[in-house]
Design a protein around this ligand. Structure first.
Ligand code: TXA
Ligand code: MG
Length: 338
């Protein structure tokens, strides 16, 4: 199949919308990462998402809509806390999981009785949803298990020839996937940290829990609330090792390597002290920049032929929790404490 490369001009968006209406797959920009979109009401189109990505059949998809009114039809009811969060942070990088209505197909939710929904902030994404006139089911537009795409080129690298079109909307601002929160009957639970932080959420709805899976590998027999969290994830081809140490110990450790294919993935301030191959993913205390850069840097390191990546551990508060969560999974919890 030839993959059409489209711009964000309205005429191109109309072409993309037509493809979606006919049941095709289109990679679209959002403020978080690029999504691989299909008409959520078209079962075969949704099935094709799983095939194109090589995604496991038990890993449900997020629905993207352009208006809160459209959410009402997709869920049993919008709980008060969900409504408060929606008013505060939609459109934006926040996904809310609620009990689903019959309108949502089991293929989207992989048989769960809940559905994940968000209204993206990116105007190109919203315009496209409006033109396609349906909710768009969209996981990140990468091969399953790999690093999420933050540019159209990343989508081309992963999915060229496998999908109908890619809309180039430039680089994604946030750079990491949306915060996911489960709001059913119990205390709301953050299943995946993102740009909207726990503090921001608690300001609006009070106490929330952070799921154990955010910072820990799954224990055998544990029920995984978000199926996507049980897999190794966000992984480049290179082996990632997360180094939890002081700057001094990090420098000493990485400088003891001399292989060509070993890279230090560190903070900007560390660069001058490192003697091996190196790349910065942002300043030490600037989690927002780290989030925006991380996936792009992991892909760049693969392109450079890195075999081992020695990543400096980010701080874990605010948006840092999301950065740490992605690095823990990229490394499959391979952490060295020095
Ligand atoms: O920022 C984002 O959320 C991006 C953009 C494209 O919107 N999308 C994204 O989708 O990250 P994906 O498929 O890569 O990640 C969705 C995660 C998966 O871990 C999946 O298991 C979880 O959401 N999920 C979806 N529906 C769920 C549900 N009903 N219950 C629990 N987890 C759910
Ligand atoms: Mg993904």
């Amino acid at each position: 199949m030839e993959t059409l490369l489209l711009s964000k001009d309205v005429n191109d968006l109309k072409i993309a919308a037509k493809i979606l209406k006919k049941g095709g797959l289109v990679a679209i920009p959002t403020e978080t990462v690029y999504g691989l979109a299909a008409n959520a009401f078209n079962k075969q189109a949704v099935r094709n998402i799983f095939i194109a990505k090589g995604r496991d059949q038990d890993n449900p998809l997020i629905l993207h809509v352009d208006d809160i009114k459209k959410v009402k039809k997709l869920v049993k009811k919008i709980p008060d806390k969900a409504m408060k969060l929606a008013k505060a942070y939609w459109p934006g990088p926040l996904t809310i999981i609620m009990k689903k209505s019959k309108k949502v197909n089991d293929i989207v939710t992989c048989g769960l009785d809940t559905v994940a929904i968000r209204i993206p902030e990116n105007e190109i994404a919203r315009k496209l949803i409006t033109l396609a006139a349906c909710p768009l089911a969209a996981p990140s537009a990468n091969i399953s298990g790999g690093v999420s795409p933050t540019t159209a080129q990343h989508c081309i690298d992963d999915l060229n020839g496998k999908i109908d079109a890619i809309v180039d909307g430039g680089k994604c601002n946030v750079g990491l996937e949306s915060t996911i929160i489960l709001i059913t009957d119990d205390t709301p639970r953050i299943l995946r940290p993102g740009f909207i932080t726990k503090t921001q959420i608690e300001k609006v709805i009070g106490k929330v829990n952070v799921d154990n899976a955010v910072l820990n590998p799954p224990k055998t027999g544990e029920t995984i609330l978000s199926p996507g969290l049980k897999y190794k994830h966000y992984s480049p081809k290179a082996k990632v090792i997360l180094i939890n140490s002081s700057l001094k110990n990090y420098i000493e450790y990485v400088n003891s390597f001399n292989g060509e294919n070993v890279y230090a993935l560190c903070f900007e301030e560390d660069l001058e002290f490192i003697k091996i191959n190196k790349m910065s993913y942002g300043k030490q205390f600037d989690s927002i920049t780290q989030a925006a850069n991380l996936f792009e840097k992991l892909r760049e390191l693969d392109d450079l032929g890195a075999k081992t990546i020695l990543a400096r551990m980010p701080k874990s508060d605010g948006v840092g929790l999301a950065v740490l969560n992605r690095l823990l999974r990229a490394s499959a919890f391979n952490i060295i404490n020095i």
